[in-house]
Design a protein around this ligand. Sequence first.
Ligand code: HEM
Ligand SMILES: *[C@@H]1O[C@H](CO)[C@@H](O)[C@H](O)[C@H]1NC(C)=O
Ligand SMILES: *[C@@H]1O[C@H](CO)[C@@H](O)[C@H](O)[C@H]1NC(C)=O
Length: 534
Amino acid sequence: MQLFGNTIRVGAGQTQLLGEGMLFQRAVDRAKEKKLEIKTKVNKIRMDYFLLSLLFTFSLSTLTFFLLRRTGTGRKTRLPPGTIGLPFIGETLQLISAYKTENPEPFIDSRVAKYGPVFTTHVFGERTVFSADPETNRFILQNEGRLFESSYPGSISNLVGKHSLLLMRGCLHRRMHSLTMSFANSTIIKDHLLVDIDRLVRLNLESWTGRVLLMEEAKKITFELTLKQLLSIEPCEWTENLRKIYMRVIEGFFCIPIPMFSITYRRAIKARERVAEAFRLVVMQRRRESERGMKKNDMLAALFDSGGDGGGVGFTDDEIVDFLVSLLVAGYDTTSTTMTLAVKFLTDTPLALAQLKEEQDEIRAKKTDSMPLEWEDYKSMRFTQCVINETLRVSNIISGVFRRTMTDIDIKGYRIPKGSKVFTSLRAVHLGQENFKDARVFDPWRWMKSSNPTNFMPFGGGPRRCPGNELARVALSVFLHHLVTRFSWEPAEDDKVVYFPTTRTQKRYPIIVKRRSNAVEQCKEYGMEKSSKV
Ligand code: HEM
Ligand SMILES: *[C@@H]1O[C@H](CO)[C@@H](O)[C@H](O)[C@H]1NC(C)=O
Ligand SMILES: *[C@@H]1O[C@H](CO)[C@@H](O)[C@H](O)[C@H]1NC(C)=O
């Protein structure tokens, strides 16, 4: 990432949070976190994987394949062009090494240049059709459940739980998706969730002094928000302990290709069981309370209710627990990483930061320091929304989603056979020069000019479009508001955005914060108020 005047050029690697793309990349990430020599570890892991793959290759005697076999030779099927690489491992190694460069889309870029926006490759053990074409992507996402269905490997379903929304299909999926939407839609956020988001963000920022690891703080905030929204649980020792266990579950998502060999994966499965157990106790207790007529206003209450009037029997505790865990999984890394990257991009683009600060100061000036943000305030954050959209466009926390064809599909003059894996790359579209002008530059002002781009799909589309999208936007807006109105900051160290193994900054973005002088008086007041209560 370099600075060019007021704009940033975005560079480097790959990510894929919910699909299989991330696979064993997280193993590499762990090395980073333990501050080990990254390069040697990466190479070692790649080497291990490589040897393992070779082993498979031999034992499966797929050596009858030859290097670089061209695809698209079937009689009736005509696959998009491309190469499927080595036997078994296909182009997986190329994919992984490509994403360790400074370019965010090297693997797809080079293939799009050669074959066009829809091409065939072979990654993570399977022939896969990649789409970097906006129209094809919309077609795939809109036809979810009819022509395509989402597709996760078994190792992922073990982690999210078999009753997770991510794995549901058909009617049940429709019903639960709309239930999730109606728990996090704008009416609910406005009437119920916003006040807690505001309060919990403030509470967290209150303790910031000196050096802050922004990514860690953002994760803590997101976790607390989610537990409050799902289960009405306030931050306490219990939530913080649960978060520590939960972090191990997340690690498990990034070591998928050979889970049975992975200690991290096994640890993640155990950690998941502990998180589920903790949730199960809460669910049991709440069920008893609700039978006695005590109602709370949260996702769990909605789940209890939904079982009752849906005609069918209510959900079992296991179903509810899986469902809750999957919501936590879907919202945690995504929202917190976006928070961190928004701050990073703003820091690197001083003009944008100045404009956002001006907008937020104006909102704050109409209130005393302790007054919470209201829905109208959120709605008036015009430039902030531009910054959020641009952050989502450029960083693409979820780079794309995997699907499987349910029938033979004719697309762009090709025929993709039933049962094929398809990867819908959201990032390739967002960073495609033909879709966005100067696509690889962080430029929030572009949203001032045209704000309804059909090619912009950071939350996916169709029946599986992210039900948490508005919630994520509101959390981001409230976070940015309190951050810029309370603090000024500077980076504590050089840190850069990497796209491998997932989009994030290399060092969790350490910053040095200073309370803004105009906020000092109120903060003192608040501090006294707080300590006198304690
Ligand atoms: C910046 C933050 C977020 C981003 C970029 C994001 C992105 C996405 C994307 C691209 C999908 C589509 C997956 C697919 O088509 O297979 C998705 C699905 C989903 N998201 Fe989000 N999300 C974010 C925040 C959240 C939050 C806060 C929640 C919590 C309520 C959430 C809950 C979900 C769920 C439950 C699904 C699965 C929907 C389904 O399969 O029907 N997300 N998200
Ligand atoms: C949001 O969901 C509630 C039910 O939980 C519903 O009454 C309301 O009309 C929905 N609002 C929008 C904007 O869809
Ligand atoms: C941000 O993107 C969404 C589409 O996801 C669009 O509806 C909205 O108008 C955009 N906001 C701005 C300020 O351009």
